[in-house]
Design a protein around this ligand. Sequence first.
Ligand code: FAD
Length: 273
Amino acid sequence: MKGVIAGLEMREPSSLDEALSAMRNDPSLVPLAGCTDLYVALNFGTLESTRFLNLWSIDELRVIEKSNDALSIGALTTYKSIIQSKLVRKRLPMLISAAREIGGAQIHNRGTLGGNIANGSPAGDTLPVLAAADATVVMRSADAERRVPLTQFYTGYRKSVLRADELIVAVEIPSFSGKQWFRKVGTRAAQAISKVVMAAVRSPRPRIALGSVAPTVIRLPMTEGALEEGAPIQEAQRILMDEISPIDDMRSTEEYRRRVASNLLGRFWAETE
Ligand SMILES: Cc1cc2nc3c(=O)[nH]c(=O)nc-3n(C[C@H](O)[C@H](O)[C@H](O)COP(=O)(O)OP(=O)(O)OC[C@H]3O[C@@H](n4cnc5c(N)ncnc54)[C@H](O)[C@@H]3O)c2cc1C
């Protein structure tokens, strides 16, 4: 019987340098991390690629460390490692809240932060956290390294500035203060993709990011500005309506998403007083 993986090729680099030179020499190679998104696409028959580069054994992409004063999380870090990391718990507890609600145990063991970013779904649960935390995506090719703020990484629905010869190697999160808040609204608590997801920080100028309400994850600069200037929450909730553009799809409706986004903003404000 012919299975979905028949006819596929896989390269197994043993170092980051080896992976990057393979990508420079063959731009058709598709990087593969935990494979939790790729395998779904393969099963659905929507994956056109046949040549893959397995990153799984590149341990240098699994490091969680303090780099200068920023928190640096390697792209291959799994949700399980994020949940277990004392450094992430101390610096970015809202990422742990997000990781806990992503899939189940199997996804925690295989799904990676870099895969969630590169996959670029507007419902990706780590993305509002990274956007609210002013994270920077670190990308490397065989020739150069570059850094792009997560809020400028996406150029449209599932489109990003990442080039075919580049890998995401890490994300860097600068140090910041303020109460962190995360909430995912889905059909049920686990194994459900978000209908709306919000991450926020209660700092003098609040930082608020939403997923599943626009083609990409978004920050809410007008809402943030209004709250900074002391506007009542009801006014901020009205402003929020102009900053989001949710759609009807198989998971939810525009109207429901608008109502939930507004309620989440209210909850964030009340719970972080
Ligand atoms: C049952 C199930 C439940 C899920 N639940 C959730 C959920 O609740 N919330 C959520 O956000 N997601 C969920 N997902 C989606 C998925 O698990 C995550 O997006 C995960 O983080 C993807 O990581 P991965 O390592 O498995 O990526 P892969 O499948 O290996 O790769 C995904 C994409 O990223 C690219 N890529 C991977 N790593 C890199 C890199 N370092 N540099 C450049 N490109 C790279 C690949 O080429 C591919 O295009 C779920 C998936 C399944 C199957």
